[in-house]
Design a protein around this ligand. Sequence first.
Ligand code: CAA
Ligand code: NAD
Length: 302
Amino acid sequence: VCRGLSSSAVRNVAIKHLTVIGGGQMGAGIAQVAASTGHSVTLVDTNGEILKKAVKGIEGNLKRVAKKKFSDKPESGEEFIQKALQNVSTSTDAAAVVQGSDLVVEAIVENLKVKQDIFSGLDKLAPAHTIFASNTSSLSITDIASSTSRLDRFAGLHFFNPVPVMKLVEVIGTSATSQETLDCLLNFSKVLGKTPVSCKDTPGFIVNRLLLPYIIEAIRMYERGHGSKEDIDIAMKLGCGYPMGPLELADYVGLDTMKFIMDYWSAANPENPSFAQSESLNKLVAEGKFGKKTGEGFYKYK
Ligand code: CAA
Ligand code: NAD
């Protein structure tokens, strides 16, 4: 994948094996896409039950993809599913599996300290050539990377939900990320069938810096009683052609993740009203209503 690179440890790295840390909605999606494009993937989560659920979800989503991609050749579709599933293994111990990895993609909870702890531990165990990448939505890549000694081989690799469907990957470089690392990740994204864009390490990169204030403003509009949640969502779907309305999308992203992002940004920019606390978001999160993944958020899901 990354042949022809000119310098240091990443030279000649072809990403064949990756470790994906976090078996939630994003980690499972990243594992699925990597496995179905011929990479061997180890999916890691601290919770074995979540890993079982993730593999089941991957199988179900591969069936959806196969049905569409091989509509006239069901046997090829079955072969595609089996090949991809064979490429996925799971583990509850990242330290035990990172040795053989060319790339580690982290997709765990949106918390700086937890991400730093994971990476600082793995930094001592992973081979020198291994690239570390975070799928963080909002945290500074520079801050996460500072827990390691591989600053040149550390970047952001930001996928979008649902990963098998959304075509974009943001590749985020810090001032210390090497060009070889960035080229490698840009190429890797293309091999996954995605379109990468290059981003600076600024809060929210490109998409979330625009998307999150929009969603939060929609939540505030609902709090002010300026529209029902249904009307706000219908308005943005039919008025702007968006596939989901903003409240529906907040539920889809996860209200816990939304709150982690807003809390982090409001602490860093207390004077910016775009990032001020939202009462209804705080209440739903306090009640454990994280959106689609827990069955209830602004809306109820079966
Ligand atoms: N795996 C594989 N395929 C999937 C899938 C999955 N998890 N989810 C949906 N699909 C496929 C379906 O099979 C279907 O394919 P066909 O049209 O070929 O049959 C297609 O995607 C559409 O799915 P559905 O018919 O089930 O539903 P839909 O038309 O309502 O689309 C959606 C669902 C793709 C999620 C669409 O509503 C959408 O694009 N929503 C907006 C998503 C979005 O904005 N994501 C970004 C969130 S922000 C983010 O991710 C960044 C962050 O850091 C927070
Ligand atoms: P999620 O809650 O679905 O999954 C997180 C998973 O991480 C859970 O399964 C949890 O058990 C696991 N985990 C927590 N700590 C761990 C540890 N120390 N080691 C191993 N596993 C651990 O969350 P998600 O929506 O998949 O988001 C994951 C990351 O991706 C976050 O940083 C989030 O900001 C980012 N992200 C989310 C979206 C989205 O739309 N949800 C989109 C892009 C990026």
